[in-house]
Design a protein around this ligand. Structure first.
Ligand code: ADP
Ligand code: MG
Length: 451
């Protein structure tokens, strides 16, 4: 990083007048430390620091990105602001201290979050929020399917803020942890403990909010907490597996609060991105193998598409298997290593696909229409109801993404399928004959489908 800083200094000497350079930049010779995506540079006094932060920081960060080819930030600190030596956050030294204040896991950082098309916007906004908590986007609402990096990104925000200022009080909690804390509170009436834990903080990170669905009392308490923190401009970050508007059994006054800030989503990474993730994991794995042929990486990356945790797991398995059996890393040996995982995957995928077909045919039989009409575009109610019912049944049996269901019905989109499923779900409650029909259909389906 000293070298990068030197390159930047050279550029600055060209960009700005000699006089200014000598005044402001000359005294800054060396970088001081590097932590979590930030390079710290020691400045002689507050005056220079403020001057840089007011007028030159953007230029510096821009030059940094140009040379480094990645997002990296400079942070200028005076001697007085430097944290004591033992709390210095050098990644090497502190790796053993995995858990940090506020429940954070320090292995989740912006640094080791691999950015691609699927998560680029979410990443940039998370960086912004971490840079200026409470001001740019509050709350920040991150959603996406399981294993795509929501927890990683959310905790990176907390770690980044802490790296900047160890006095910041961050609270990371999974929604089920919050429910549990609240239940304990009711049992023991320790309101003070509860409030101290959740109110006396600067940043609140709540992971997997969908878990709070149905927990009405907890939601009410959370609502109060949310408003309390929000009104003091404390940053709140929430993750979920779906957009706020699609959350089930969460009171609307909460979901509408979630929509006040900024919503970002994380999608499935493309092949190139997945290969990059593998490369980065490989570089950090404490294994001797750092070089894997490209075709092997490609093979792993194309076998695990929808979940980065599975992708990581596959890589670990490959490394272990090949090391233990003294095998070279080739497509053949990797295939061998991954066979058990691939087999169960293939089996459940194809089994499910078969079953989706069967559901469609049972429903169309039941209503005496053809599968083509069930899937097709005709808007007559005699087709629409069976269509919606089959979507609803597939969702409730297999809980696959709405979009995937849409693709089974001629490429309908997420919101169409969602609306259909909700409509049926609501109607069952009021319409007994519909409920009986669906129960009958379900029995037939269970008879025909395999598990
Ligand atoms: P989620 O909370 O969305 O289910 P996680 O944040 O737990 O997903 O991510 C699952 C695993 O994948 C974690 O080990 C995480 O570090 C890793 N991961 C996810 N996204 C990325 C990424 N963009 N770059 C590197 N690792 C990632
Ligand atoms: Mg998670």
């Amino acid at each position: 990083y000293d070298q990068l800083w030197q390159q930047i200094l050279n550029d600055l000497a060209v960009v700005f007048s000699e006089e200014l350079y000598i005044d402001v930049f000359e005294p800054l010779k060396k970088t001081h430390k590097y932590a979590n995506g930030q390079i710290f540079v020691l400045v002689p006094n507050e005056f220079i620091k403020n001057r840089i932060n007011r007028f030159y920081i953007n230029k510096i960060n821009e030059l940094a990105e140009k040379h480094y080819k990645k997002v990296i930030r400079f942070k200028f600190v005076t001697e007085a602001e430097l944290v004591p030596e033992e709390t210095l956050i050098s990644p090497e030294r502190n790796l053993s201290i995995k858990y940090r204040p506020g429940n954070l896991n320090r292995t989740y950082t912006f640094d080791n979050f691999v950015v691609g098309k699927s998560n680029n916007f979410a990443f940039r906004m998370a960086m912004k929020v971490a840079d200026q908590p409470g001001t740019v986007a509050n709350p920040l609402y991150i959603f996406g399917d399981v294993g795509l990096g929501k927890t990683h990104l959310m905790q990176s925000i907390g770690n980044f803020i802490l790296d900047n200022d160890i006095h910041q009080k961050i609270m990371y909690v999974k929604a089920d942890g919050f429910i549990e804390d609240f239940a304990n509170l009711l049992r023991r009436e320790r309101m003070d403990d509860f409030n101290q834990k959740y109110r006396d903080i600067d940043v609140l990170l709540v992971d997997d909010i969908q878990i709070m669905g149905g927990a009405t009392k907890t939601q009410m308490e959370f609502f109060k907490l949310f408003d309390y923190l929000y009104q003091q401009n404390k940053q709140i970050v929430i993750t979920s597996d779906k957009p706020a508007s699609d959350l089930k059994n969460i009171m609307s006054r909460l979901t509408s609060r979630f929509e006040v800030g900024l919503t970002v989503d994380i999608q499935v990474p493309d092949l190139e991105h997945r290969i990059e993730i593998l490369k980065r994991k490989l570089a950090t794995e404490s294994s001797d193998i750092h070089d894997i042929p490209n075709e092997v990486l490609e093979f792993i990356a194309s076998s695990f598409v929808t979940n980065i945790r599975e992708l990581e797991g596959a890589l670990k398995r490959v490394l272990f298997y090949c090391l233990a059996n003294n095998l070279e890393l080739t497509v053949e040996s990797v295939n061998e290593a991954l066979e058990p995982l691939l087999k169960t995957k293939r089996k459940s995928d194809s089994l499910n696909e078969n079953n989706y077909d069967k559901i469609q045919s049972v429903v169309s039989d039941f209503y005496g229409i053809t599968i083509d009409d069930l899937i097709g575009k005709k808007r007559h109610s005699k087709y629409i109801l069976p269509r919606h019912i089959s979507m609803y049944i597939i969702k409730s049996k297999y809980n696959i993404p709405y979009k995937t269901i849409g693709s089974l019905f001629g490429g309908r989109d997420h919101s169409t399928v969602l609306a259909a499923c909700e409509k049926i779900e609501n109607e069952i409650k009021q319409n007994l004959s519909l409920k009986i029909a669906i129960d009958t259909i379900n029995k037939k389906i269970d008879h025909f489908t395999q598990k």
